[in-house]
Design a protein around this ligand. Sequence first.
Ligand SMILES: [Zn+2]
Length: 267
Amino acid sequence: MIFTERHHLEVMRSIALVSEMAEIILETAKMLVLQEQLGEWDNLNHLLVCKDSNKAVVIDPFFSKYWLEVCEKHGFELEQVWLTHSHWDHAKGVDGLTDKQVWVHTLESERGWDGPSNQEWTHEANSFITQNVGELEFEIHTTPGHTPGHVTFIGEGVVVSGDCMFLGRCGRTDLFGGDVNAQRSSLLHLRSKLQEIPGDWIVLPGHQYALEDGSNPRWITVNQLLSDNQALQALDDDNAWNSLEFLAFDDNLAEKARRERARAQQD
Ligand SMILES: [Zn+2]
């Protein structure tokens, strides 16, 4: 009886959590987009839902239980899990979702990722394939630089850019498996793609980081990003690119990456 009551309380609490927190930030004729900031590192998680089929994909889930409850509450069928890349803060929720298709790019193995993903993208840097979620169709672009197998998702009115491209800046390239030249190529590739798609599509980054003006939006339009993103603006000038101060940091993570590179050279 006590167990039942406690269980009931937990269920009530999680439902309250879901209804308070999971926010539909975009609804089109074909798709719902839910977004939530989860964990202590400002990570943004995204759920894309096909309205026709109710099939859904969750991108970079931090908490599996949270997204399973969102899907259960709304009657969505969670079919796929997509990882923009395999850093811990983007892949933490995968453990509880291994009965779904869990997709990651095969090149993430270069930084030591060995699962629990169960499906792999294999296409080369700065190319894309298309993949469906129900009736929704997305381009999966390989955009290495922050990690060896980072991918960016584009389609149906959204760009989900992970840690390749934040709203005002881009991801760092000094972690193990990162590559500053690959990052520049990937951003050039993405910029030309962004110039082709409608400017009112929205960009959904992997972290909610503040912009230069102090605002801290969770998404902005493609047009706004093309005009304001510091990394994109520096792409055409070597000096501007090399003086970006957010490509590398002097912190504990950089120190860890130095040790990992030394160990990889010994092996
Ligand atoms: Zn990352």
